[in-house]
Design a protein around this ligand. Structure first.
Ligand code: ADP
Ligand code: MG
Length: 236
């Protein structure tokens, strides 16, 4: 297996905290939720960003994580790689041109491994419905604590519903302010129809300037509660 170097991520404090919250929530869902798919309604809502952040965050606490780029139609994960690009990807394996060991790349974070999508195939949904893909997921399930599947948007193509058949749970990424209630409900319904439980929604690209008042209020309330309980303690 070859090692690749990922470009450094610029993350502000709030983003880091939000990713940690998502990681904690996932850990509390139990160790039987291992293979997790991430999808959205449309392209560009932030699936790949969220999946990458969550994967690295899990690896930081020593979980063995594999991220698979299952967005065979519009993969952008290669852009995260510094220097020479990986040559083999998922579609090489699914079309019989590579073995599982050939397509797993090690990152500089020892517990974090990646499978890139590979060249765009003419038949993504069929390839994902194949026995080869099922075998890959089975093998990876045994070898990793978490397998995160960065899928194509379910509001546009069916691929994520196919992948849901091999997944223990799913996360729906929604870009704040950009997706109508009905569209989001429709995609949620499609995901539910597969029988794959939805762990939650990751609301992305929140305008923090607008939601600042909400955050301040939330924390003011928290601290108020904290100090009130200190007062009570003094009185006892
Ligand atoms: N929380 C965020 N704030 C600002 N930009 C973001 C955020 N999340 C993602 N982006 C940007 O939005 C674009 C699309 O994100 P990406 O993760 O590739 O979406 P998807 O995988 O759903 O198509 C990228 O340029 C990414 O850097
Ligand atoms: Mg993507």
């Amino acid at each position: 297996m070859e090692t690749i170097k990922l470009k450094p991520r610029a993350q502000d404090y709030e983003t880091r905290e939000e990713v940690k919250t998502m990681r904690t929530n996932l850990l509390f869902c139990g160790s039987d939720k291992k293979v997790i798919l991430i999808t959205s309604c449309l392209a560009g809502e932030g699936k790949s960003t969220i999946t990458m952040n969550l994967a690295q965050s899990l690896a930081e606490i020593k979980k063995k994580v594999l991220l698979i780029d299952v967005d065979l139609r519009k993969s952008v994960l290669l852009r995260q790689v510094e220097g020479e690009r990986p040559r083999k990807g998922l579609t090489h394996y699914l079309s019989g041109q590579a073995s599982i060991a050939d397509i797993i790349y090690l990152s500089e974070e020892p517990k974090f491994h990646i499978i890139f999508a590979g060249p765009v195939p003419p038949n993504p949904a069929e390839l994902l419905a194949s026995k080869s893909f099922e075998r890959l997921i089975q093998k990876c399930r045994e070898a990793y604590d978490y397998v995160l599947l960065d899928c194509a948007p379910l509001g546009m193509v069916v691929d994520a519903a196919v992948v849901a058949g091999y997944s223990d749970a799913s996360i729906l990424a929604i870009e704040s302010g950009n997706i109508s209630y009905h569209f989001a409900q429709g995609v949620k319904q499609k995901l539910e129809n597969t029988g794959c439980p939805i762990l939650g929604v990751a609301l992305n690209k929140i305008d923090r300037a607008k939601s600042g008042r909400y955050y301040r209020k939330k924390y003011e309330k928290y601290y108020q509660k904290y100090y009130e309980s200190e007062d009570n303690f003094d009185e006892i």
